[in-house]
Design a protein around this ligand. Sequence first.
Ligand SMILES: NC(=O)c1ccc[n+]([C@@H]2O[C@H](COP(=O)([O-])OP(=O)(O)OC[C@H]3O[C@@H](n4cnc5c(N)ncnc54)[C@H](OP(=O)(O)O)[C@@H]3O)[C@@H](O)[C@H]2O)c1
Length: 266
Amino acid sequence: MKNDTIAIIGAGNIGIAIAQGLKASKEYKTSNIMLCRRKLSKLQSLKKQGFVISSNNLEAARKADFIILAVQPKQLKGVIKGISEGLGKNKILISVVTGVSIAEIQSVVGPDCPVFVAMPNTAISIQRSMTCIATNNGSKAVQSRVLSMFNGMGKAIMIEENLMAAATVLGACGIAYAMRFIRATSQGGIQIGFDADVAQLITSQTVNGAASLLLMSEKHPESEIDRVTTPRGCTIEGLNEMEHEGFSSAVIKGLTSSHRKITTIA
Ligand SMILES: NC(=O)c1ccc[n+]([C@@H]2O[C@H](COP(=O)([O-])OP(=O)(O)OC[C@H]3O[C@@H](n4cnc5c(N)ncnc54)[C@H](OP(=O)(O)O)[C@@H]3O)[C@@H](O)[C@H]2O)c1
């Protein structure tokens, strides 16, 4: 167990998911994890789990080794200004806020404090996140501390900052795309005979298995598809019908549409 102290400023959806992931990783004491938001009444159940809750961002930043910013984009500059006195070269600042660049953050905090931007997804609460991380002034040693933290909550990689919008679409929005695939498949499962809960169980476990096959073997999806598609069989029949209806094209178009939207907002 590490002795690092962590402040999560903006304990909303993703902030709480990170807190839960940190707890599940068993690498940090919950008593060393401070959760900050203005409406503290919303954090009472987390306090009961051992987390420290506070509405004093600056005090939390002063005490913390890692400061994770998880507020809405429009709130970020004000929040950073409020904690800037508590920042310095011995702190590690990590923003998971969508569309705010390292340069924008550094324009407020200055060049000394190592700044990271990270894009996890909501599966971080159960240690299954894909987290993409970028920095331009974090040393290799600091990078490895940040990677170690996020690898404890799933898989984490360093990427170039200019790919952060693409990482947001593929990794964070990707949860929603995958959920919709699961939902559509379950609905098909109901039509061919299963109750809704059984259809969802079969679908979710099958998608889990498909993803695990790729993650564990590093094979190409098509080679796994070839193993399941017998000539004139039912799998290729259905798969080709999906493609005739534009399946891959719809997914790629949706993804690039999300990317267009995110890069226009930014
Ligand atoms: N949801 C995801 O899957 C995901 C994944 C990766 C990144 N992100 C990004 O993470 C950011 C937060 O998203 P979210 O969905 O977690 O939003 P959210 O649920 O609205 O959480 C934001 C939190 O910030 C708190 N807050 C606002 N002003 C504050 C202040 N001055 N001091 C301390 N806390 C403050 C709010 O609580 P109070 O009003 O009580 O202060 C709220 O709980 C967004 O930029 C989002 O794009 C989200």
